[in-house]
Design a protein around this ligand. Structure first.
Ligand code: UD1
Ligand code: MG
Length: 457
């Protein structure tokens, strides 16, 4: 077992969030808070990670267990020291970091820095603190002669202690043997009748152990307790990602209104307009333009693609040089070939759209293969969903010309180079090079409209 392990406290409901979800699964810039905490500690080399679960246990497990963490149930929420006891810390060796699951802005570098400071100070126990303008209900750090003496919870504090602006972030590093010795000694004789983990500090000081307060920047201590703080953390996470991308040559007109999740990659010289969302495993190539109102989720987009305003792209692949939108909708399983044009109000689902093909206006293509350089006219529809409630495939070859307002009743195949007359409803296969017209013939009835009666004077 690694000599550095973590206990993450996440049993609380987070009443002030006012939602039915456990607090730590609320998303910050697309990822659950606790996933972010786990990524930070695991990235900094934590071996075993134990998560204390309670309220909404199943939802928390669903996030942390796939990441390799172990869950320990706290049966009743009797305070932070009781939470740590539930995680059976006596079975962990070396150095243990204890932290809250609601610190979504923690980064790998923060955890590494805290560990270094802990080691350099040769402390038995360290508490990460920070100075805040409005400490509110947070635990106050009491020092004398610069040395950390105790942490006093706001509810137990007198007026002098309440004035202190250095607060406990809820992040601790402690030697396993020290924790094993002190944890059982914590009582619940305080204003809230809870077992406070913060009592470790006073107990360690009494034993003349070396206790260190590690002062960190406010971001490290930022815990989320309500929706306003969740929004603040989310904004900070998006801003951080935008800054990192700009550092690598991505262009943004208004970085504060660009929403790109951590997991997304964007190539240099791409321009992101305001109010763009790039989510999940999206990869956007170099020298692309993504205009306002576009949302890309798990999309893979090659270089030099122009995505005009209002496009919605999900689990689709787009090759280099494509021009898309405004208002195009690419749904899962769609692959757009090089230099294609997907125009306004075009929806595609599970479509292979060959190199150089065009669907410039108002079209639905679903479960279809479209060959290279084929032109799909305005208002074309593949009728993929049949009365038997099954989906069928439309195959259209290369260099086909599909006239406007045509329907393809799948399953149906059109050979290379064929021409489909405008307004056709194609129900039978069309051979290569053929013309297919499937619409009522136009007839003319002359003098059909009676002559207008002559106006009387
Ligand atoms: C705690 C600290 C306080 C610090 C603050 C920082 C104590 C006594 N106080 O206060 O000094 O300034 O964090 O945010 O530790 N939890 C459990 N089981 C429990 C109780 C809590 O798992 O029985 C979890 C919560 O889900 C949460 C974390 O522990 O993730 C902190 O609990 P919370 O009740 O928010 O503690 P605070 O009162 O904020
Ligand atoms: Mg709290």
């Amino acid at each position: 077992m690694s000599e550095f392990s973590c206990i993450v406290m996440a049993a609380g409901k987070g009443t002030r969030m006012k939602t039915p979800l456990p607090k730590v699964v609320h998303p910050v810039a697309g990822r659950p808070m606790i996933e972010r905490v786990l990524r930070a500690v695991q990235g900094a080399g934590a071996g075993e990670v134990r998560v204390v679960v309670g309220f909404g246990e199943e939802m928390v497990r669903a996030v942390v267990e796939p990441m390799g963490a172990y869950c320990f149930k706290q049966k009743e929420q009797r305070g932070t020291a009781d939470a740590v006891r539930s995680a059976e810390p006596e079975t962990l060796p070396g150095e243990i970091m204890i932290l809250n699951g609601d610190h979504p802005l923690l980064e790998v570098a923060d955890i590494k820095r805290i560990r270094e400071r802990f080691r350099d100070s040769k402390a038995a126990l360290a508490v990460v603190t920070c100075e805040v303008p409005e400490p509110g209900g947070l635990g106050r750090v009491v020092r004398s002669g610069g040395k950390l003496r105790a942490i006093v919870e706001a509810k137990d504090a007198g007026p002098d202690v309440l004035k202190i602006r250095e607060i406990n972030t809820g992040i601790y590093v402690v030697k396993a043997n020290v924790l094993k010795d002190l944890l059982p000694r914590i009582s619940n004789k305080n204003a809230q009748g809870e077992y406070y983990l913060t009592d470790l500090i006073g107990l360690a000081v009494e034993k003349n152990l070396n206790v260190e307060g590690i002062l960190a920047e406010p971001r490290v201590g930022m815990g989320v307790n309500n929706q306003a703080e969740l929004a603040e953390a989310t904004a900070m996470a998006f801003r951080r990602k935008a800054a990192a991308l700009m550092e690598n040559g991505v262009m943004m007109m208004a970085p504060d209104s660009v929403f790109i999740e951590d997991t997304v990659e964007v190539g240099a010289a791409s321009m992101i307009y305001p109010n763009v969302f790039l989510r999940g495993r999206t990869k956007l190539g170099a020298s692309c333009v993504v205009e306002t109102g576009s949302v890309l989720t798990d999309a893979v987009v090659a270089d030099g693609v122009h995505i005009k305003a209002g496009c919605y792209v999900q689990e689709a692949r787009v090759s280099a040089g494509v021009e898309m939108g405004p208002y195009a909708h690419l749904r899962p399983g769609t692959e757009i070939g090089q230099d294609c044009k997907v125009g306004n109000f075009v929806e595609m689902k599970k479509v292979k759209f060959g190199k150089g093909a065009k669907a410039s206006h108002l079209t639905y293509l679903g479960d279809a293969e479209i060959g290279e350089n084929t032109n799909i006219g305005c208002g074309t529809i593949t009728c993929n969903y049949a009365a038997d409630r099954k989906k069928y495939v439309t195959k259209i070859g290369k260099d086909v010309f599909v006239g406007s307002d045509s329907q393809f009743v799948a399953p149906v195949t059109v050979g290379d180079g064929a021409v489909i007359g405008s307004g056709s409803t194609i129900t039978k296969d069309v051979p290569a090079g053929a013309l297919a017209v499937a619409r009522a013939k136009q007839f003319i009835k002359e003098n059909y409209v009676p002559a207008a009666p002559k106006k009387k004077d």
